[in-house]
Design a protein around this ligand. Sequence first.
Ligand code: ATP
Ligand code: MG
Length: 426
Amino acid sequence: MSAKLQAVRGMNDVLPEEAELWQGFERTVEAWLARWGYRPMRMPLVEHTALFRRAIGEATDIVEKEMYSWRDELNDEELTLRPEGTASCVRAAIEHSLIYDGPKRLWYGGPMYRHERPQKGRYRQFHQYGAEALGFAGPDVDAELIVMCARLWPELGLSGIRLELNNIGSAEERARHRGDLIRHLEANEARLDAEARRRMRTNPLRVLDSKHPLVQEVVASAPPLKGYLGEASRAHFGGVTKLLDAAGVAYAFNPRLVRGLDYYNLTVFEWVSDALGAQGTVCGGGRYDGLFAQLGGKPAPGAGFAMGCERLVALLKDSNRRPSPLRPDAYVLLQGEGTLAYAFALADELRAAGHAVVQHAGGGSFKSQMKKADGSGAWLALIVGEDELGKGEVAVKLLRRNDPQLRIPRDQVVQGFAGLLQKARS
Ligand code: ATP
Ligand code: MG
C-alpha cells in the first residue's frame, strides 16, 4: 500500500463548517472596507525575492529565516512566496502609477507564507486582510486606519481587543537613536544573550523586544527613542492621538513597540487580544513614508495595517455570534421509474428562480431519503414518486413544522415556491 499523503505542516484545510464562518467574516470585513472608501487590489502570491529583502529589511525575522524562496531555474529568477502584502501593494502602485493622479485607499486579502514553527495562532500559510492608504502624509489617515479597526471589532461581535501605540519617529531620528543604542548595548555586551548580541549591530531595535531578563535590564537603562524625536514627529503623533481621543478610541502608549518590519516610521500600532495566548496580536500597522523611494518609486507617503484572519476567526469561534450554517431551501426526494428526469428538471427550474435546492443522489428508501432531507437543514422536502409523476404533481413536506404533507400541481411549484418557503420558515 502506498503511504498516505497529508497536508504540508503549518498549512491548514478549512472544512465546510469553519469555511462558512470564514465566509461570514470575509463578507463583514469586505463590506466594512468598502464603507471606509478602500478599493480592492489583487497581487500575485509570488514576487521577486529582492522585493521583500529591500522592503522588509535584511535583518528582520521574516527575511532572515521565514521566507519560502527558491530559484526558478527555468527563468533564472530568485522568487519568494509573499510573506506579507504591503511590499507587493506598493510595488504594484509604483509599477502602475496608481497615485499619479492623487492618493489612493486600497485593500487586499489572501494567503501569506512564513516558515515559522507552527503553533496555536502561528501557521506557515496564514491569511491577512491589509489596507493601505497611499499618498497621504497627514496624521488624519493614521487615525482613520486605527479608528476603522476600532469600529470593526464590535461589528464582528468581538470585545477585549486593545490598542497599543508608539511613535518611532523619522528615519533620521531613528538613525541617531540607533547609534547611541548600539553604543549602550556594546558597553553592556557581557550581559546580553547570543540573540541580542547578534541583533545589536544589525537590528538593535529588535533587542528592545527581548524576553530575556538580563537583556531586559540592559534595555531598561538604554536611551529611550522618545528623547530623539523632533518637533515635527511629535506634532504628527499628537495629531493622531488627538483624533483618537475625539473618536473615543482608547490606547496604551507602548515605547517598546517597534514592529518586525523595517519600513515603518512615525505611527506604529498593534491590536492585541488576551484571549489568544502568546499569539495575541490580531492586527498591526503603521506609517511607511520611505517605502516608495526604497522600492525605486517617486517618494510618497503611505500608511496601512494587516490583520491576521486565523486569529480573528479563532476569536469568532469562541464568541457566541457564530452564524447558523447555510440551509438549503428545499431537498428533492425521488423514487420510481421515470422520476429522475422529472425531479432533475424541477430542481433545475427552482435554482434558476434563485432558490437553493439539493437533489437527493444515491437512491435508498423514502424513509432514508427523508432522514437526509432533514439532516441537510432544508426547510422543505419536495417528493416525487411514481404516483406524483403519473398525476403531474409534487408532494411537499414542511420539514420544520408539523403540518400534513401537501400535493401541488407540478406547473405551480416554481410560482408558489416563495409562499411555501415563507410558511415553512414561520
Ligand atoms: P507576530 O509578532 O505574531 O509574529 P508579526 O509582527 O510577525 O506578528 P505582521 O507581519 O505584523 O505580524 O502581520 C500582521 C498580522 O498577521 C499579525 O498581527 C498576525 O495577526 C498575523 N500573522 C503574522 N504571522 C502569522 C502567522 N505565522 N500565522 C498566523 N497569523 C500570523
Ligand atoms: Mg512574526
